[in-house]
Write a protein that binds this ligand. Structure first.
Ligand SMILES: [Zn+2]
Length: 254
């Protein structure tokens, strides 16, 4: 049973690594999508800014046409003023000229404000266009990195899966079934017992069970969390047997 427990412990390490790799593999495309969404949003904003500028320019041109027609009206009023026959007509023509003059000066002020606003919009648009270009370059670099990392991770995961399957093939079928079922429910299926305590649920293991664990002749499970348990001395012994000073590899229980 010792050999099976060691295999299970190794299998679990491969599974944990694979889970890590698969999680990262799943997260990276999402990260890229977020970056691209940001670019898309910025492109939309820039598009709206550009449309706003076009509208402002169209409006400015229409105001300038209005100004021209007002100026023409003033010229007409002046002619009228020269042709007046009496004081009443003179007063009326005079008033008309004044009204139009006031209108012209208001229009001129408005047009100056529009020109200033358009100039400011143009500058802001130029800055934002540069920003977007920089973001494009940045995202392109990130994308390249992410795609390279995905390739790398896929290769590592493939290798890990091969190793995992080699180990899994050496575990008896009935034990694999139990391992799979516990893993599904608990995540961690195989845990060490350290100082009489299950490292999965941190509950004390009954003394009788601890003795069985020391012998490692049967597959035991924790009475509280139902995980497969082994004595923590198992890894040390196995490492010593292989001539190593320290147990190999990290255990998920520490
Ligand atoms: Zn337990």
């Amino acid at each position: 049973m010792k050999a099976t427990l060691l295999l299970l412990e190794e299998l679990q390490r491969h599974d944990a690594r694979l889970l890590e790799l698969d999680t990262e593999l799943a997260a990276l495309p999402e990260k890229l999508a977020v970056l691209k969404r940001d670019v898309g949003r910025m492109e939309e904003l820039l598009g709206a800014e550009r449309r706003g500028l076009v509208e402002a320019e169209t409006y400015r041109r229409s105001r300038e046409l209005d100004l021209k027609s007002d100026e023409a009206n003033v010229a007409k009023a002046k002619t009228k003023l020269q042709q007046v026959k009496n004081a009443r007509e003179y007063m009326a023509a005079q008033r008309e000229t004044e009204v139009t003059r006031r209108l012209i000066s208001e229009r001129e002020e408005e047009i100056i404000k529009l020109i200033d606003a358009i100039e400011a919009s143009r500058k802001s648009l130029a800055t934002h266009t540069d920003d977007l270009a920089a973001l494009h370059a940045h995202v392109a670099g990130d994308e390249k990195e992410i795609l390279a990392r995905l390739d790398e991770l896929r290769a590592i995961a493939d290798g890990e899966r091969v190793h995992r399957n080699v180990v899994a093939a050496r575990v008896p079928d009935n034990v694999m079934k139990r391992y799979g079922a516990i893993k599904l429910r608990r995540g961690l299926a195989v845990v060490a017992v350290k100082g009489g305590t299950c490292q999965g649920c941190h509950m004390a293991i009954p003394p009788q069970l601890r003795i069985s664990l020391q012998r490692s002749t049967s597959l035991e499970t924790c009475p509280t969390c139902n995980r497969i348990i082994y004595s923590d001395s198992l890894l040390t012994e196995s490492a010593l047997e292989r001539g190593e000073r320290e147990p190999s590899g990290p255990t998920a229980t520490e």
